[in-house]
Design a protein around this ligand. Sequence first.
Ligand code: PEP
Length: 254
Amino acid sequence: MRTPLVVGNWKMHGSCAMARELCDGIVAARSQYDGVDVGVCPPYVLLPLVAETLRGSGVRWGAQDVSEQVSGAYTGEVSAAMLKEFGAELVIIGHSERRAMYGDTDALTVLKLRQAQASGLLPILCVGETLEERKADRTEQVVARQLDALLQQADAAALLERLVLAYEPVWAIGTGETATPAQAQAVHAFIRGRIGGSAAGALRILYGGSVKPGNASELFAMPDIDGGLIGGAALKSEDFVAICAAARGRLATA
Ligand code: PEP
């Protein structure tokens, strides 16, 4: 049984007022997404306010990145232990924007994932191909390379036990262009197949890339799509709640 999960990635958006209003809206609509795991990942500085506003609501929260280091002279970085001590549960790792703009390599994402797990955070590891790679028919090759950085670790089985994956085709992120349910399902099935064994059956794989209230239900109806990682539509509580509610459709089959 894989409990559906929907997580909002706020990226570098928001303010105190916006965070409070958004979280209040998500909490107030709780009955609409009963049974679905829901989380938000705001910018670091909004975490205290988000933690306070969500307290007791059951809505999870976390960060959009984490350091691969334990502690030390790493200006600008935040460690997994700090996030955990503060009460965070989630952390997004290897988002395509980090990979493309901040040098997060496959190897670095594994180090970050290790730190997150060692501190008791639940990492959401993102994989996905660019438009160029899709056009060159290299989607599976790219996703396999990103996954294999993890699967080739000696303790891969243990790493897979406390992990969520997110398939996010880069060409669909923030572009308004969504993978069709069939396109997304094909890659999700490929990912599950590559992982294999009982770990694959238990692992939640989210889809991300311009998920909106209008397309969420058809994406979440696919057998291997266990929920969503939501960018733009996570910034409006009605839209985010509608997407979380759409994931309830999976409960009958979860
Ligand atoms: C994301 O940034 O993870 C994302 C999926 O963004 P959007 O929903 O805006 O495409």
